[in-house]
Design a protein around this ligand. Structure first.
Ligand SMILES: [Zn+2]
Length: 72
């Protein structure tokens, strides 16, 4: 994953209030805490603003189970 991809996933984790995924991304990638936290907060703000999530889990067929895990 590129750095931009990681930040996208961190934002999506924030959108889903998925701290577990966020911490895993933070642990596995060399992203500064400040930048990582900002990406998470951006996702939280987008959720509160009623924005539609564009992540794989939210855009695929609604009958599928949701794991909250981003794909590698
Ligand atoms: Zn989503």
């Amino acid at each position: 994953m590129s750095r931009a991809d990681v930040l996208d996933w961190m934002r999506i984790a924030g959108y889903h209030a998925d701290m577990r995924t966020f911490l895993r991304l933070y642990t596995e990638n060399r992203i500064s805490k400040r930048v990582a936290d900002e990406a998470y907060r951006t996702g939280t703000r987008q959720k509160l603003a009623g924005m539609r999530c564009m992540c794989h889990e939210c855009t695929k067929a609604p009958t599928s189970t949701t794991t909250g895990e981003p794909e590698k």
